[in-house]
Design a protein around this ligand. Structure first.
Ligand code: MN
Length: 214
């Protein structure tokens, strides 16, 4: 079973003006595709891993043969991170004047964990801004069943640390450099407009094991 790049769940220009179409196209069709190709290339050397899901590969990296472990960590992680990233974004309701916010249930959980919604956003944005070099900021469900904010370097994913990622933000320069150059802070602020909170809530229900069956 080869790993595959899924089409974006919306058009490349759907996140304009916050994230530009050219960035989305290069990010998805070139960067993400390259992670998928390099993951498949690495796994070709170990056909016994071909039936393992992407999540299972990344969840327990110590079980991956040493000769391909770094390749799986980087490219499998890149594939998983981006596969989670595209659906947690969507066409911005802010364009039509609506406010883009979590629904009541998720809002309650965020308030419980962070005090209030602005404090959550502030902590998440700060984590994304201060992530040195290339990496990701995450909202996760931790082992204690509480929401938390964390960062990972490079293409690492929180599931390798036993956490359940609900919302991730890519702060690699390739995610924003064309439009924002070195202004990562502006990219982060703009990104909040395109967060697809319905998807984040779906991730939370799945992580808690309380999602309705598809
Ligand atoms: Mn990326």
């Amino acid at each position: 079973m080869k790993h595959e790049l899924l089409p974006l769940p919306y058009a490349y220009d759907a996140l304009e003006p916050h994230i530009d179409a050219r960035t989305m196209e290069i990010h998805h069709a070139k960067h993400h595709q390259a992670y998928v190709d390099k993951l498949n290339e690495a796994l070709d050397k170990h056909p016994e891993l071909s039936e393992k899901s992407l999540e299972d590969l990344i969840r327990d990296l110590s079980s991956i043969p040493e000769d391909i472990r770094t390749a799986v960590r980087n490219n499998g992680g890149g594939h998983l991170n981006h596969s989670m990233f595209w659906p947690v974004m969507g066409p911005s309701p802010a364009v039509s004047g609506a406010t883009n916010q979590p629904s009541a249930d998720l809002m309650n959980r965020l308030e419980l964990a962070f005090g209030d919604y602005p404090k959550f956003r502030e902590q998440f944005s700060k984590t994304a801004l201060e992530c040195f070099g290339s990496g990701w900021a995450w909202l996760v469900l931790n082992a204690a069943g509480k929401l938390a904010v964390t960062a990972t370097g490079r293409q690492d994913n929180p599931i390798s640390e036993g956490l359940r990622p609900l919302l991730g933000l890519d702060v690699w320069e390739h995610a924003y450099y064309l439009k924002y150059q070195n202004r990562r802070k502006d990219y982060i602020e703009a990104w909040w407009n395109v967060v697809n909170w319905a998807e984040v809530e779906k991730n939370l229900l799945q992580a808690q094991g309380t999602a309705p069956a598809d």
